[in-house]
Design a protein around this ligand. Structure first.
Ligand code: PAF
Length: 282
């Protein structure tokens, strides 16, 4: 399986492929799980070449401890890709110095109202960091299509905006959340949960599903109050936010309208591990 650590080596590899061959890209921060694998399988099926980038991007972490504790498991990631998809997958795993060219700093973007809510509000500078690395990776690999999971739904909307703002000629595809058997959304951070917290964390999706049901007859304010109350009674999970928004710009709204799509978003701490999830409401 070809693994590149240097941008020049990757560029050389791609300069040798036939014109007209399609490239699918799956940007990741490693610690791969079956959620990532579902993206890679889709990319592999739909393109002639598939590249998976594995890079824990320092500029998108607002909390240095979270960065330090983020799992880094390149050998296991490569083995999983080989076993679950194919050894033809190209892996790009640069160092921070390599991809940032020595200056590890975010660019600044204007993602408008999209960056002011939820992850943007609670994680200062996060989306500038995501924008910076995704712009670098897409510009370098020049894929026809790039695949991202809907667990990070706000990130997906930000990336769609990024490619518009920067005129990057790539199709951005969002793929459904993959869940563990108990409903917990798959995430690299789940690896850090104790067995007890892993079981308890199923409460997040269970609550989202009931919130969806309630939204059929109740207002966003009423459903939010109900969810807040559920978490107040939970001793192991701390709610950071629960928001119901319309499904594109992800803004709060006053009145439900029949023709609009809505989505609920949640961020929860299990000990010091931050988990996010979301659900379509109609
Ligand atoms: O979703 C992620 O894993 C990261 O935010 C991404 C898109 C790979 C950028 O570092």
């Amino acid at each position: 399986m070809p693994i590149f650590h240097k941008t020049d080596a990757l560029k050389n590899h791609f300069s040798a492929i036939s014109k007209g061959d399609t490239i699918g890209m799956v940007p990741t921060m490693g610690a791969l799980h079956l959620g990532h694998i579902s993206l890679v399988k889709k990319a592999f099926k739909e393109n002639k070449h598939t590249i998976v980038s594995i890079f824990v991007n320092p500029t998108q972490f607002n909390n240095p401890e979270d960065l330090e504790k983020y799992p880094k498991t390149l050998a296991a990631d490569v083995a999983l890709l080989q076993k679950e998809v194919s050894k033809e997958i190209i892996v790009f795993a640069p160092s921070a110095e390599e991809i940032y060219n020595g200056t590890i700093k975010s660019s600044s973007y204007n993602f408008g109202s999209l960056e002011k809510v939820m992850e943007g509000a609670f994680r200062d500078g996060h989306f500038d960091g995501v924008g910076t690395i995704v712009e670098k990776l897409l510009t370098l690999a020049q894929p026809n299509t790039a695949y991202f999971g809907e667990k990070d739904y706000q990130q997906l909307q930000i990336i769609k905006k990024l490619v518009q703002l920067k005129n990057i000629p790539v199709r951005i595809i969002g793929c459904p959340i993959v869940r563990e058997e108990n409903g917990l959304a798959m995430s690299s951070r789940n690896e850090r949960l104790t067995p007890e917290l892993r079981i308890e964390a199923a409460f997040i999706y269970k609550t989202l599903k009931t919130a969806k049901q309630k939204f059929g007859t109740k207002s966003a304010v009423q459903v939010t109050a109900w969810v807040t109350d559920q978490f107040q009674q939970n001793k192991l999970l701390q709610l950071e936010y629960f928001n119901i928004t319309e499904a594109n710009e992800l803004q709060p709204f006053k009145r439900k309208s029949k023709n609009r799509k809505y989505r609920a978003f949640i961020a929860v701490y299990a000990d010091d591990i931050r988990l996010i999830d979301n659900i379509s409401l109609n």
